[in-house]
Ligand binder design. Sequence first.
Ligand code: ZN
Length: 161
Amino acid sequence: MSQPGRIDSFQFSRSGSGLTGRLGAEQLSRLADQQVTLNELSFELRGGTNRSGKLCLHLAVKGSLTLVCQRCMGPLDFPLNFDAELEIAASKEEIELADDEVDRVIGSSELSVPDLVEDEVMLELPMVPRHENCGASNEAGKSGRASPFEALARLKIGSGR
Ligand SMILES: [Zn+2]
């Protein structure tokens, strides 16, 4: 598969074209700016029409990211697996005026596929990434009393028994 670049979104949808590919960190620089490490990302883009008969793009993304937990600042694995259906809008105004729940993208004769994928991935990210069961305890944040070394010592005593 060649490097995914730009597509004519109107033509792509009208003809029902398909495109699959992989993206690397170097193509998704905005994610890197957000402390997101890209481990793997593959996508499938298909053109077609949606229920209202409008041209649209179906995007399916699978991959794995590593985020930074905002509580313990440790790495947080974040699997990606989502589908999006984006109606192709003629202009920004059309998107702003639309009064429904339909996701839209501005159509372009040279739509950047990596940018499109990155936009959708960023929508999937949590506002504040956190481990579900974070190792950082509440008391560590409350006062300066519990040092990491004390916590470690307690752990050792506990496991010795
Ligand atoms: Zn954490």
